[in-house]
Design a protein. Structure first.
Length: 190
């Protein structure tokens, strides 16, 4: 099951989350590491956010990536995610959110399907760490300008602040867990 992320809805969700926390674009830019101009274009729907940008913005706004994508942000303290949860298409990736209990926020787990010959685009960079586990296929991971071929049933763990991007020659399924460091997020909020 696949759904397309409505870019016209993602922008207003970002803006609503920012305003609900009483933050300016400048404050969110500092918290997320993204430029004010880029944030403005994301909020207006002129630009599409990468996974890395979504992770950084979710951490900066104290919301889950799934909330930004339009999924219900409220849930039980124990959450389960069946294999057939809806996928969102963005930038040659199909993303299924598979984490988030009520008030969770320090990690995001996503099942990502990398389509063959996906355009590489600009490498992602965001605060925190990423842990990837290749479920099937072979992931082509470019990390800090070095290309790695990661076969199925292999895990990779890295500093997400370094440039990284995923491509593949065949349909590849990846479990991606992003952990954000939220220790410095409170300093700008007040």
């Amino acid at each position: 099951m696949t759904s397309v992320v409505d870019l016209d809805a993602v922008g207003p969700r970002l803006k609503s989350a920012r305003e609900a926390r009483g933050l300016t674009l400048d404050q969110v830019a500092e918290l997320s590491g993204l430029s004010k101009a880029h944030l403005s274009r994301l909020e207006s729907g002129e630009r599409q956010a990468s996974i890395g940008a979504l992770v950084d913005l979710a951490a900066a706004l104290s919301v889950r990536v799934s909330t930004i994508l339009g999924e219900d942000g409220a849930g039980p303290e124990l959450a389960t995610f069946p294999v057939d949860v809806p996928r969102h298409s963005a930038g040659g990736l199909e993303i299924a959110v598979c984490s988030g209990f009520l008030n969770s926020g320090s990690i995001e787990a996503l099942r990502v399907r990398v389509k063959p010959n996906r355009p590489g685009g600009v490498p992602a960079q965001h605060r925190g760490e990423e842990w990837l586990y290749v479920l099937s296929g072979t992931l082509q991971l470019e990390y800090d300008d070095v290309k790695y071929s990661i076969p199925a049933h292999t895990a990779v763990h890295f500093n997400a602040a370094r440039p990284h991007r995923m491509t593949s020659r065949v349909v590849t399924e990846v479990l991606l867990v992003a952990a954000t460091d939220q220790t410095d997020l409170a300093r700008i909020r007040h």
